[in-house]
Design a protein around this ligand. Structure first.
Ligand code: ADP
Ligand code: ZN
Length: 721
């Protein structure tokens, strides 16, 4: 008789599945979450169907016993299938995917009580600079000692000292209070005919199996109200709904709307949760207590007990593509999850990706259209400003005609938005005397001047330096000039032009939390802001009825570089930002500054020929056999030593198999040739749609090895390259 054994996928991505012996009397099944011994350590893992995963044969006598079983529901079969699919498709270890299902603090520390602390308001008898720093930083904060230490940037010992001195106390831990259940009939809106028709089609799909739907409606048409009806129906059937949002800063306005419609808040899932909140949310999701979950892309892999609907809001957003670790696209994986769970998936967007439209053309997704803005609001008129004909004054960036419109808007008491997708003051600092440019030491990137924060920063690795007083190359003082505008510089120009106007800068530097977003929304709503200067962060989700003028400072910016998606992306961004104008009863207008008003993107925006633009972009992709008509995968080889990266890249390139329907380009320096101190080489694989390119790459790379100093990552369906 052989002993009872199970196959376990642990969270260690370097290891394959391992077999363990099950202690007598345990009930384990595929999906059970267990703790297994691994050398001297212990690691969580999930029991898997052995026939689905090959493993090394281990004799009964060498099997080790499982250590324990976690008191959480088993990972359901559809989610296990999704994990396998994701690992396969994105060429990632199954364990790496599983880590998104069981984020460590939620699962591993799941059964341990997390003790939280906060300030008491009392001062310690003995004050030190470290203590002072901690007390200043922790005002109003709560969390575990480790979390608070990270916030205050002091050691655990400093905080423990403060606990001892009575300045920090343990927070009385309440037993987890039951979550409120959203009420599907709390405040039902009266839908327009068009909305009601779309909503009926969606509610009719709940409980009827897999059904991917593109909800395609102009900005302000009420897409959110419409998919809320689908969520309501899902709630009535007792199932869970998941809403994926692209940006955490957007969750606050969303939460408010959700609350107004359903009478309580949904469960939020994002990277800023404290461990205790994360654990609570994870458990409520796994038990089925959390009925509606809204989150960033990482919420997609959680173990919902009984999922009935997935909504991907602003589905065209590039931030759904994960660029590190498992490089998955949450929009695409959401549809796959819908398939395994056999439920509807709604992709909501005013500017759907070409890939998504193509799926509609192929008949794989349904399309529901909303053509009218709510409450008779009209779509804004878009006009181009030809900067060659109407140039800004020297050293300025806003054309006289845009300035005149801003002035008129201020006089009318209406709000304006200037859009420029560049954080900071200036993207480049240059020495006029010797030509020196300030570059990041770790990346192929310029150091961006952030004048408000008094420093230069690299937007890729976070490297910062104080603003230079002299050129490090020639020593010249007063020779440094800021080149080009960022939002801060535009805000300065606005302040110079309209000293009395109240201006707000909206970027990820200023709006870095839901609370900051809420402050901004409140200030807009109460009319405390006249002009917003912002990056893509302001292009989505917000609804400000008194915002009537949008100025796009540099419409040519996104078109430089020649990326496959440059035109599409630019079009989406300008459409989205234009969609912020005139959402109330006052009409909106949009002025787009460009050096090339004849360019396809600009001409399409001005003429409103959206179908024409999509048509010609799609044809161009078809002609070049680019996605969605062909497939791409990037193999990125990186190492601290440039020579090592090159050598391995060449070896991989030389080993490329000859396969009909596939071409390999490179190796060549990757678009960011150096990133975070690592030199990067790239091979680009271009293949026919019908080719199983993952299979080819898997076999190709399996033949090679490259030691631990070189990293090789495959980006399947790369977003930008
Ligand atoms: P979209 O998501 O398509 O941009 P929203 O759902 O945000 O559009 O709707 C735009 C605005 O109009 C929101 O303030 C929303 O509350 C309001 N709105 C849309 N439809 C209705 C409706 N049927 N009843 C009441 N308000 C609505
Ligand atoms: Zn850098």
């Amino acid at each position: 008789m052989s002993v009872p054994r199970v196959r376990v996928v642990t969270l260690n991505a370097a290891l394959g599945p391992l077999d363990y012996r099950v202690p007598d009397g345990w009930q384990v099944e595929p999906g059970s979450v267990v703790v297994a011994p691994l050398g001297p350590r212990q690691l969580a893992g999930v029991v898997w169907e052995p026939e689905r995963l090959p493993s090394e044969e281990v004799g009964d006598n060498r099997l080790r016993y499982l250590v324990s079983q976690l008191d959480v529901p088993p990972i359901p079969a559809p989610l296990r299938r999704l994990c396998e699919w994701t690992a396969d498709y994105y060429l990632s270890p199954l364990a790496a995917v599983l880590r998104m299902v069981l984020p460590s603090s939620a699962a591993l520390e799941g059964s341990r009580q997390l003790i939280e602390y906060r300030l008491t308001g009392l001062s310690p008898d003995r004050m030190t600079p470290q203590r002072l720093k901690a007390l200043a930083a922790l005002e109003g904060k709560q969390g575990t000692i480790r979390e608070l230490a990270a916030i205050a940037e002091v050691s655990d010992a400093v905080l423990r000292g403060l606990v001892h001195a009575g300045a920090i106390e343990q927070v009385a831990v309440e037993a987890d209070r039951p979550l409120k259940t959203p009420d599907p009939d709390f405040a039902r809106p009266e839908l327009t005919d068009e909305q009601a028709e779309a909503a009926a089609s969606l509610t009719g799909a709940i409980g009827r199996g897999f059904d991917p739907v593109l909800l395609d409606g102009v900005t302000g048409s009420g897409k959110t109200e419409v998919y809320f009806e689908a969520i309501a129906e899902c709630l009535r059937t007792g199932k869970q709904a998941l809403v994926l949002l692209p940006e955490i800063a957007l969750t606050e306005p969303f939460l408010k709307r959700f609350h107004a419609r359903f009478g309580c808040a949904p469960v939020a899932w994002h990277s800023d949760l404290r461990s205790s909140q994360r654990r609570r949310a994870w458990r409520a999701i796994a038990s089925g207590e959390a009925k509606v979950v809204v989150g960033a892309r990482s919420a997609l892999f959680l173990p919902y007990r009984d999922l009935g609907l997935i909504v991907v809001d602003e589905a065209h957003e590039p931030s759904f593509k994960q660029e590190e670790g498992v490089q998955y696209h949450a929009r695409d994986v959401a549809v796959i999850r819908g398939k395994f769970e056999d439920i509807p998936v709604i992709l909501s967007s005013a500017t759907p990706a070409i890939e998504t439209r193509h799926m509609v053309e192929l008949g794989r997704y349904r399309e529901l259209k909303l053509e009218a803005r709510f409450a008779g609001a009209s779509l804004p008129e878009i006009r181009a400003i030809d900067l060659t004909q109407d140039p800004p004054e020297r050293g300025r960036w806003l054309a006289p005609s845009l300035v005149a419109e801003l002035e008129a808007n201020i006089d009318a008491g209406e709000q304006s938005l200037l859009f420029l997708n560049r954080r900071g003051f200036a993207p480049l600092t240059l020495c006029r005397h010797c030509g020196h440019r300030f570059q990041c030491p770790n990346c192929t990137a310029w150091m961006v001047e952030h004048r408000l924060m008094r420093r230069l920063a690299c937007h890729h690795c976070g490297h910062v330096m104080p603003p230079p007083k002299a050129c490090p190359e020639c020593g010249e003082e007063d020779s440094l000039v800021a080149c080009g505008p960022g939002v801060e510089r535009i805000a300065d120009e606005v302040a110079a032009l309209f000293p009395d106007a109240r201006t707000a800068i909206v970027t990820s530097d200023t709006i870095w939390s839901p609370a900051k977003a809420a402050e901004f929304v409140a200030a807009m709503e109460t009319g405390e802001i006249d002009i917003v200067v912002g990056t893509q962060l302001v292009t989505k989700g917000y609804h400000f009825p008194n915002l009537t003028l949008v100025g796009v400072v540099d419409a040519d910016l996104g078109l430089a570089g020649g990326d496959l998606r440059a035109a599409e992306r630019s079009f989406q961004q300008i459409q989205q930002v234009a969609g912020r104008a005139g959402r109330g009863d006052k009409p909106g207008r949009v002025l787009v500054q460009t050096h090339d008003p004849e360019a396809g993107v600009i001409a399409a925006l001005v003429s409103g020929d959206i179908a024409g633009f999509y048509g010609s972009e799609t044809e161009a992709r078809r002609d070049a056999a680019m996605p969605p008509f062909g497939r791409l995968a990037a193999i990125i080889i990186s190492a601290e030593d440039a020579g090592e990266a090159e050598a391995v890249a060449r070896r991989i390139g030389n080993a490329a198999p000859r396969v009909e329907g596939m071409a390999v380009f490179g190796p060549a320096p990757a678009p960011l040739a150096m990133l975070r101190g690592r030199h990067r080489q790239r091979l680009l694989v271009h293949a026919a749609r019908s080719l199983d390119v993952q299979d080819v790459i898997r076999d190709w790379l399996a033949e090679l090895d490259w030691g631990s100093k070189v990293r090789v990552a495959v980006d399947v369906d790369p977003y930008s390259f």
